[in-house]
Design a protein around this ligand. Structure first.
Ligand SMILES: C[S@@+](CC[C@H](N)C(=O)[O-])C[C@H]1O[C@@H](n2cnc3c(N)ncnc32)[C@H](O)[C@@H]1O
Length: 291
């Protein structure tokens, strides 16, 4: 994938740099589950050198630095704006001495110079690559002997309200998800693993010559009533859903989405005391395959 394009080849391909505020918000919201995953990894043994490949603005890398207090952490991303933000974050947290951010592309041989690492973390990056198995192979090449690749991919889509949200016919959430899948396939050129097609990640890791060790799923569980930060995140998500797929929904579902985003409606996300955030994120571990 070249530069900060999302991997789509058309001129309308979205740019990663446009996603900065979304990735910042999502990164902050994700800290609790990433912390659980990092503690699980730390419990498996020490890691002196840790890479976060496709780090975005550096939230997970900061969490990994906290869970591996003796580790050196390098956050690598193809998008210069995210690299700059990650570097600011590390400096702000006083991690400057042992965490750094670099621009780098997973599909470039130049990345090999960052290895070998005891732990390679890569979250929600590989499914964007035109050839995910090749991406996994490249991540595997960064591992030191005995090193572990922690691949965060898959899990369960988020839920925010019960049933039809009180505004739509049953099946509303499934219809939204189907429209979003379709949007991602066409606008972001996502490949089969990202949209639940083909082989699952443990098999893809094996296809890449890696040895699947374990998989564990972490909950992001914020029950009602949510705080202002979580509510703003959910409102953002739905605003984005409306922008992306509002015109792919039928009139009833489009009207329901409009009600959720209309602050004057008592059913709106900003007014709902029953709003929650429940999602699940899977981390697959793999080691180098047999030589
Ligand atoms: C969905 S975001 C995930 C960010 C972060 N890891 C997270 O889980 O929040 C995908 C990230 O991968 C980066 N990226 C996309 N293609 C890449 C490539 N070929 N090499 C390195 N980074 C890439 C993007 O710039 C973006 O930061």
């Amino acid at each position: 994938m070249a530069g900060d394009s999302a991997g789509a080849t058309g001129t309308s391909a979205p740019k990663w740099s446009d996603e900065l505020s979304e990735l910042e918000r999502a990164g902050e919201i994700s800290v609790p589950w990433v912390r659980q995953a990092a503690e699980w990894l730390a419990g498996r043994g020490r890691a002196a050198r840790i890479l976060d490949v496709g780090s975005g603005p550096g939230w997970a890398a900061s969490v990994l630095a906290a869970s591996f207090p003796a580790g050196e952490v390098v956050a690598v991303d193809a998008t210069p704006e995210f690299v700059a933000r990650a570097a600011e974050r590390f400096a702000g947290l006083g991690l400057g001495g042992r965490a750094r951010a670099e621009r780098g592309e997973l599909d470039s041989a130049a990345l090999d110079r960052l290895g070998p690492a005891d732990l390679v973390w890569s979250s929600h990056v590989v499914h964007h690559l035109p050839d995910p198995v090749d991406g996994l192979r490249r991540l595997g090449r960064l591992l030191a002997p005995g090193g572990v690749l922690a691949l965060a991919e898959g899990g369960l889509p988020a839920r925010y309200l019960p049933g039809g949200y009180g505004v739509a016919a049953p099946g509303f959430v499934s219809r939204l998800e189907a429209a979003l899948s379709d949007y991602f396939v066409h606008h972001w050129s996502l490949t089969a693993p990202a949209v639940g097609g083909g082989r699952d990640w443990p098999l893809l890791l094996a296809d890449a010559g890696l040895h699947h060790l374990d998989s564990r799923t972490f909950l992001l569980d914020v029950p009602a009533p949510v705080d202002d930060q979580v509510r703003a995140y959910v409102v953002d998500r739905f605003t984005q859903i409306a922008d992306r797929v509002g015109d792919r929904l039928d009139a009833q579902d489009a009207a329901a989405l409009g009600r959720l985003l209309d602050p004057d409606d008592e059913a709106a996300l900003v007014n709902r005391p029953d709003l929650f955030l429940l999602s699940a994120f899977t981390v697959h571990l793999a080691g180098p395959g047999a030589a």
